[in-house]
Design a binder for this molecule. Structure first.
Ligand SMILES: [Zn+2]
Length: 269
């Protein structure tokens, strides 16, 4: 919530100001569907997704959207909350993920590509899946799911010039805000691709926060919240391991030479 932040939480808007112990656990999903061919590992099956949400509930954890999570962080009451995010805006989020979330009373955030409403994931090599139309995005918002921006066209933002950053970051926020008639508070970098200029563009565009995928300690702040990829392989045991280890993984990656490997990580789309 704007205006309620103290000096510490205002500092979180700057790079490197979010401490490891303050870092929330945020899960990154794309689609929830049974698919035969999924080379980029973007989908979890409906059964597996239901199992993962039930796992959270059994552990007394509650899934929430990221704007709500950030508000809770500012108020010092984030304990027990897990951020749930869905990138790209696939129709199966509305059709398949939403009923499961509702069953548990969980919130989530869906990051929508503002210039691709009703289109497909044509930026991916591999199978094509349907993206929500404007009406479907409104339906998802009406069901209580936070809508954030996933840029205008789904391009990599690291190394991009100022005009393009404005078009992707600022204009996508404006156009989604018109679509929904509400303020858009969150952003998620396509492919998790960002640099200092992209984080500044997100900050200057008036977003409250942005989700990255991998973020090192010097990058970490409200403009680069790290996320944990959750996929089809993640059964209860692997979910427990992810919960135990996510902060150590961030610390490890932040050491010299500990950055992300050259090969793109699974599910970073
Ligand atoms: Zn994406």
């Amino acid at each position: 919530m704007k205006g309620t932040g103290n000096a510490r939480t205002d500092a979180w808007r700057q790079d490197g100001q979010l401490k490891l112990r303050e870092t929330p656990m945020i899960f990154m999903y794309h689609g929830v569907a049974d698919v035969d061919n999924d080379p980029n590992q973007l989908c979890v099956s409906p059964g597996r997704f239901a199992e993962q949400m039930a796992w959270l509930a059994r552990r007394g954890l509650r899934g929430v959207g990221i704007a709500a999570l950030v508000e809770a962080m500012r108020a010092g009451r984030q304990r027990g909350l897990v951020g749930l995010t869905f990138d790209d805006g696939y129709t199966n989020v509305l059709e398949t993920a939403l009923p499961v979330l509702r069953r548990h009373g969980f919130g989530a955030t869906a990051y929508i590509i503002s210039d691709r409403l009703g289109g497909t994931n044509e930026w991916d090599e591999g199978p094509t899946w349907q993206l929500m139309t404007g009406d479907q995005v409104r339906e998802l918002a009406a069901a209580g799911i936070e809508i954030g921006s996933h840029a205008a066209t789904h391009m990599r933002l690291a190394g991009v010039g100022p005009a393009q950053l404005t078009a992707e970051v600022s204009e996508s926020r404006a156009s989604l805000s018109v679509l929904l008639g509400t303020e858009i508070r969150g952003f998620a970098y396509p492919y998790g691709s960002m640099d200092a200029a992209a984080r500044r563009a997100v900050r200057d565009a008036g977003y409250d926060y942005a989700c990255a995928v991998e973020a090192s300690l010097p990058e970490m702040g409200l403009m680069a919240l790290p996320r944990i990829y959750v996929g089809q392989q993640d059964d209860a045991m692997r979910m427990a391991a992810k919960r135990l280890l996510y902060r150590s993984r961030i610390a490890l990656r932040s050491r010299p030479g500990g950055g992300p490997s050259q090969a793109p990580a699974a599910g970073t789309r």
